[in-house]
Design a protein around this ligand. Structure first.
Ligand code: ADP
Ligand code: G6P
Length: 471
């Protein structure tokens, strides 16, 4: 058994399920902000990633990927249904995203949540060397820090939440709110995307557990747990270099040609998720087409919406509604060879995504609620010539950083339409000024800066930070 001084624990392993004949395995960069964020950090770092390899049944033995050891945790069909699709994605996910869909509560989901958290904790405890840093990720694993601390008090435990942490009045709905908070408090450092989230957490801990809590420190069981905001980011330089590659620039030109050389290309790239505001965006676009403010001949919308969590009812309903609406809009406003919306549900490789970002004059990122939204950051990083307008929801974590974007409230249909028109018709000088400022921000606040600030807070004395964030 391999032991590591750094163990990352996340529900998902960052790998493809296809293994080449020579046994090699590739990083999976398909949809999902968590893997996108951690991938550039951990590559070539001696670490172990504990997670689920997808599917049910016994855990596969996986080869290392770029020097990172993969430790698969098995999920049964019941675990998948009750933990992943149930408690994680039908209770916590909707509740944490402003309850834009109704969260469901079932007692058997809670049992599965506990069981799966325990299994992940046991796997992490097995692979962590004495005194190791264990970095737990996201809402699937709230109980893990507490369970792990009980098993291995020698470890330094971090927890980072990639999604929003809701206001107390929403969190209070959870039947197991006290256990969830206690579980997280097993960590030494709890990181959130936004300052408001840390504040919500502190308020809840004081209210539900009657513990002394400020927005920075919480006292529990004679320990101090630190909390704070650490907005996650991307490998800005890598995306910029990719977008600047001649083959990517050529591909972008080709895409524009294939789209019929429109004056304006609008792009959206989302996981097919009800938090992303896809339906609201389509409605706004359709109304602009109907009123003649946007014409299919001059402007096209490319909507990439890769299916996600496909067995969960709310996701199935969303996909049906989106596809019906895209069909309706194309039927009503498209012309032969000129659809109003180019709708794509495939996962793309990074170069193709970079080419799409390069071809987009306007990038529409309008989630109803989003912890961060890395797509918005990737778009900015890819605009190496300082062109391109970012239309961004005020309800994405990204908006707190990229205030030069064209900000909109996606719940306000008229505001959304106005924002889209403003981005489409903005003066080039204004667009460049904004883009330049956003690119400068992201070059400074990239994924390494994120890891440096989080890990130096977690592991103040250790060598880990130097090793992870060098280069
Ligand atoms: P979330 O974490 O909710 O999925 P983010 O915007 O933070 O949202 O992260 C999504 C990540 O998935 C980004 O890195 C983006 O590039 C990637 N992604 C989204 N759609 C696709 C797609 N069709 N093919 C490949 N990667 C995608
Ligand atoms: C978001 C979550 C991640 C999750 C990803 C993809 O980024 O914060 O934890 O991995 O979505 O979702 P999935 O359910 O496919 O893992």
């Amino acid at each position: 058994m391999r032991h590591s001084s750094l163990v990352v624990v996340a529900n998902r392993l960052p790998i493809d399920d296809s293994i080449a004949p020579d046994g090699a395995c590739e990083w999976r960069r398909t949809p999902g902000g968590l893997v996108s964020a951690l991938h550039p950090l951990l590559r070539h770092t001696p670490a172990t990633w504990v997670g689920w390899a997808g599917g049910t049944g016994p855990a596969p033995t996986l080869p290392d990927v770029d020097g990172v050891h993969m430790r698969a945790v098995p999920l049964t069909a019941e675990d998948l249904r009750d933990h992943y699709e149930g408690f994680a994605n039908s209770t916590l996910w909707p509740l944490y995203h402003d309850a834009v869909e109704q969260p469901e509560h079932h007692r058997r989901w809670w049992e599965a949540y506990q069981r799966v958290n325990r299994r992940f904790a046991e796997a992490a405890a097995e692979v962590a060397e004495p005194g190791a840093v264990v970095w737990v990720q996201d809402y699937h694993l709230h109980l893990l820090p507490g369970l792990l601390r009980a098993m291995r008090p020698d470890l330094r435990i971090g927890f980072f939440l990639h999604v929003p942490f809701p206001p107390p009045e929403l969190f209070m709905q959870l039947p197991r709110r006290a256990e969830l908070l206690r579980g997280m408090l097993g960590a030494d450092l709890i990181g959130f995307q936004r300052v408001q989230a840390a504040h919500n957490f502190a308020q809840l801990v004081a209210k539900v557990l009657s513990l002394p809590a400020t927005d920075r420190r919480i006292g529990v069981d004679g320990r101090v747990v630190r909390i704070g905001a650490f907005p996650v980011s991307i490998d800005t330089a890598e995306m910029a270099a990719l977008a600047a590659r001649p083959d990517v620039a050529a591909r972008a030109q080709r895409l524009r040609q294939d789209l019929g050389r429109p004056e304006r290309v609008i792009l959206s790239v989302d996981r097919m998720d009800y938090t992303k505001g896809i339906e609201q965006r389509l409605k706004a676009y359709s109304e602009l087409l109907a009123s003649g403010h946007v014409k299919v001949r001059d402007t096209v919308l490319v909507q990439v919406a890769v299916p996600s969590r496909e067995r969960v009812g709310q996701y199935q309903i969303l996909r049906e509604r989106v596809e019906r609406e895209v069909g309706r809009i194309n039927g009503e406003f498209g012309r032969v060879g000129e659809p109003a919306i180019h709708y794509l549900t495939q996962p793309f490789d990074r170069a193709e995504l970079a080419a799409l970002y390069r071809v987009a004059d306007v990038m529409a990122v309008t989630p109803l609620r989003d912890g961060m939204n890395l797509v918005a950051k990737e778009y900015v990083a890819a605009r190496v010539d300082d062109t391109g307008a970012l239309l961004l929801s005020e309800f994405a974590g990204t908006a707190a950083e990229l205030s030069q974007a064209y900000l909109v409230n996606p719940h306000d249909l008229e505001g959304l339409k106005e924002g889209l028109l403003a981005a489409l018709h903005a003066a080039p000088a204004d667009v460049s000024r904004r883009m330049r400022a956003m690119r400068a921000h992201l070059h400074e606040h990239d994924i390494r800066a994120w890891a440096r600030s989080y890990l130096s807070a977690l592991d103040e004395t250790g060598p880990l930070v130097r090793r992870l964030v060098s280069g």
